[in-house]
Design a protein around this ligand. Structure first.
Ligand code: HEM
Length: 451
């Protein structure tokens, strides 16, 4: 057999390649239950058994899992347009987030990205941050200190309120609850085991949620087209490339629904992970509080972000320990060769930031909370260009990473100045990985106000 041990790229006719190792698992359900009950435990077992590439049957499909820096690099860089985002994500969330930018491919994706980029340039981000400070102050002022303060619930509420104000440029009244529920339903629907609309089922709730969101955005688009607001909705309506290309109404609606989802849960998860580790490591909480106090202001300006060095390290470590997008799917649109293995056209594949971030090949004591691993002089994230990928990489790399940075920091800064929080020494935060990794117990902490 002629094996191309190091080859990556498009398969060549007539060559022989290695078969990807793996097995189907149980009849009908394959490894669905194993991978849902303990996705990372399952991934680790497969990695130990088969190495960086293997396949298993999950949710009724044969899924090729690729882990580690090389695999991330190969898939994210996507040289030669080998992998489709649309066909990868479509299986999980296509029904609910169709035509969101992450679900577009190749030339069409590049076209939409060029337009959307205008809504994420630095001057616009500066505006988002200044719009955000007041609602954050309003939101956290309402927090009631207690011995069991559920961080996850409160942060989710706060990021949603921010999303409605900063993304839509308006304060929501009684609608807020139904919008919040619609988001939760739309996001959760992707991981339904029963993937058709049974009344009361997760899939049906997702479809209903999507409809509610579409109607909501459509009812406001005409006025947004005429507004000069700084909110993301208005920015998307105005965004234009140098050649004068703009989004249609449908594009704006599809992108808004996707953006709200992309921004809402990921930032919530990042903040929860930070809150958790800052509770477990009070010396870090005090270090960050001292940094925030040194700025001598309640509301962050864009230029303050860099001064918060400790917070930057803690945020990076939180994103490593709990990647909010734990695994990322793609589908091959050509016969692909990776290190001598043939991945046939039409294969579902997934790469895993969550797993890569826990690999001993790259990280010293990977389970340990150690923000200094990102400090100059250590920079463990540089051990491989693609070993640290909380925001993905390549053409689809998160467009909102700077937005996430400013939002997370603006919130944490104000909380540090006003509250102190702690958990019991033996407390371990349980993570529910059914859809995105969230605290299963909503992260109860003891919250005290600082006078
Ligand atoms: C800590 C918070 C966040 C994390 C960890 C995160 C993570 C990611 C990841 C891993 C991807 C790549 C998916 C893929 O390759 O298929 C992605 C894409 C994306 N993210 Fe984020 N994200 C975060 C916050 C945000 C925010 C705040 C926004 C918007 C304001 C946003 C908007 C997007 C968009 C639009 C895409 C698709 C980009 C494209 O396909 O061109 N994200 N994000």
């Amino acid at each position: 057999m002629t094996t191309q041990a190091d080859a990556v790229g498009v398969a060549v006719q007539g060559m022989q390649y290695k078969q990807i190792p793996g097995d189907r698992g149980l009849p009908i359900i394959g490894y669905t239950l194993h991978s849902m009950a303990d996705p990372m435990g399952f991934a680790r077992k497969r990695y130990q058994q088969f190495g960086e590439i293997s396949w298993a049957n999950v949710l009724g499909i044969n899924m090729v899992t690729m882990v580690g820096g090389d695999a991330n690099q190969f898939v994210f860089q996507n040289r030669g347009d080998l992998f489709s985002n649309n066909q990868g994500w479509d299986f999980f969330i296509g029904k609910f987030f169709h035509r969101g930018i992450m679900l577009l491919d190749f030339e069409e994706h590049r076209h939409h990205r060029r337009i959307m980029q205008n809504a994420f340039k630095k001057p616009v981000l500066v505006e988002y941050l200044s719009e955000m400070n007041e609602p954050i102050a309003r939101g956290i002022r309402r927090w009631q200190p207690s011995k069991k303060f559920h961080i996850f619930t409160q942060i989710k509420q706060l990021t949603l309120d921010l999303a409605t104000e900063v993304f839509m440029g308006e304060q929501l009244g009684p609608e807020a609850d139904s919008i919040n529920q619609a988001f939760v339903d739309t996001v959760r629907a992707g991981t339904s085991i029963i993937r058709f609309p049974v009344p009361g089922g997760r899939w049906k709730k997702g479809l209903d949620g999507r409809k509610l969101l579409e109607d909501f955005f459509r009812s406001r688009i005409a006025s947004k087209r005429n507004s000069d607001g700084n909110d993301l909705f208005s920015q998307l309506c105005r965004a234009e490339t140098e050649e004068g290309h703009r989004f249609s109404d449908d594009d704006v609606i599809n992108h808004m629904i996707f953006l709200m989802m992309a921004a809402h849960d990921t930032s919530t998860i990042t903040l929860c992970t930070m809150f958790y580790h800052l509770a477990k490591n009070p010396e870090w909480q005090e270090r960050l509080r001292a940094e925030s106090r040194a700025l001598n202001k309640e509301k962050l300006d864009f230029d303050d972000l860099e001064a918060l060095e400790g917070m930057t390290l803690v945020m990076k470590e939180a994103l490593r320990l709990c990647a909010p997008v734990p695994s990322i799917p793609r589908k091959t649109v050509k016969d692909v060769v990776y290190k001598g293995y043939l991945i046939p056209k039409g294969s579902m594949i997934s790469v895993s930031p969550f797993f890569t971030h826990s690999m001993e090949e790259y990280w010293t004591e990977p389970k340990k909370f150690d923000p200094l691993r990102f400090s100059e002089g250590r920079r463990e994230d540089k051990r491989h260009a693609y070993c640290y990928v909380p925001f993905g990489g390549g053409a689809h790399m998160c467009i909102g990473l700077h937005f996430a940075d400013l939002q997370v920091k603006a919130i944490l800064h104000q909380v540090l100045l006003n509250y102190r929080w702690s958990v019991d020494k033996n407390y371990q935060m349980p993570i529910d990985m059914t859809s995105l990794p969230v605290p299963a117990d909503k992260l109860p902490v003891k919250l005290e106000r600082i006078d």
